[in-house]
Ligand binder design. Structure first.
Ligand SMILES: Nc1nc(=O)c2c([nH]1)NC[C@@H]1CN(c3ccc(C(=O)N[C@@H](CCC(=O)O)C(=O)O)cc3)CN21
Ligand SMILES: CC(C)C(=O)C(=O)O
Ligand SMILES: [Mg+2]
Length: 273
């Protein structure tokens, strides 16, 4: 896999159009970037989840642009072919479009190929401004962890019909504004499938069932390194790997294969109603 051609937005769109599922994982450093890339992961996400996973915080809110830029640069040095997305952290795009552009520039100069930001509604003109300036954008709807205190915890989103209709309208507006990809987090499987059918950009699900164009998990979760409070949508991919010289790469290879053949996620085991 290490000699595969670099993924581009054009190739990701072609894969989606051809019905090939997209496999994404979070990644925060060069060592893992090399392993994930060699295992065939399509998209690496330098997620602001690093605030919880690497820094031990209880939310993503304290993470800063310099911290995201540091980890993005580390991942950029370790990857070969995978597409590289970096999260705009909390507080780095909420003030103004100018602030969002400045923050996105910092992550793009660190090596990101696309930035991700959370929310619908007010983010639509921000997404349009970034896209107009040549910065590819991934949107993020459903459970948006930077709003955890407003949402009242890590709760499934879009459960009632009004919230589902709002999420669908937001997804359509963000795609219209030029978002080229969208994460759907912790939403009922039926809603995620409905949004994917209505919007012609690849949706990347996490706790959103099997009906999206792609899947993402936090790397440490799927490697069984997150002991307590593992969300139900996570599957441990390393537990069944037998003795082999690179068990992490084998676990990630199995994740990629399971996403591509549709065996992960299971609608019942990993999804929500
Ligand atoms: N290690 C890690 N993995 C993640 O997936 C993740 C992070 N950190 N940090 C940022 C957010 C927080 N996330 C979470 C955290 C907990 C649940 C959780 O416990 N969910 C319940 C369902 C709640 C409900 O039914 O409303 C579950 O049982 O899965 C979900 C997503 C997802 N993201
Ligand atoms: C869970 C994914 C989608 C994310 O935003 C992150 O890791 O920060
Ligand atoms: Mg994030």
């Amino acid at each position: 896999m290490s000699d595969r051609k670099p993924l581009t937005l054009h190739r990701l769109r072609a894969m989606h159009a051809a019905g090939e599922k997209l496999a994404m994982l979070t990644c925060y450093d060069a060592a893992f970037a090399g392993v994930l890339d060699a295992a065939g992961v399509d998209i690496l996400l330098v997620g602001d989840s690093l605030g919880m996973v690497l820094q031990g915080r209880d939310s993503t809110l304290p993470v800063t642009v310099p911290e995201m830029a540091y980890h993005t640069a580390c991942v950029a040095r370790g990857r070969r072919s995978a597409w590289l997305v970096a999260d705009l952290p909390f507080g780095s795009y909420q003030q103004s479009t100018a602030q969002a552009i400045e923050s996105a520039v910092a992550l793009m100069q660190a090596g990101a190929q696309m930035v991700k930001l959370e929310g619908g509604g007010w983010t639509v003109p921000v997404v349009a401004a970034l896209v107009e300036r040549g910065i590819p954008v991934c949107a993020h709807l459903g459970l948006t962890p930077q709003s955890v205190h407003a949402l009242g915890g890590w709760r499934v989103q879009g459960r009632d019909e009004a919230a589902a209709a709002q999420l669908l309208a937001d997804a359509q507006a963000l795609a219209e504004a030029g978002a080229a990809m969208m994460v759907l987090e912790l939403v009922p499987s039926a809603l995620a499938a409905r949004v994917q059918q209505a919007v012609n950009i690849p949706m990347i699900g996490i706790g959103a069932g099997p009906g999206t164009a792609g899947q993402v998990l936090v790397l440490h979760d799927m490697l069984g390194l997150n002991g307590q409070n593992v969300p139900r949508f996570v599957r441990n991919f390393i537990a069944d790997v037998g003795p082999t010289d690179n068990p992490v790469q084998e676990a990630v290879r199995r994740y990629v294969a399971a996403v591509k053949d549709g065996s992960f996620p299971d609608a019942v085991l990993h999804g929500y109603q």
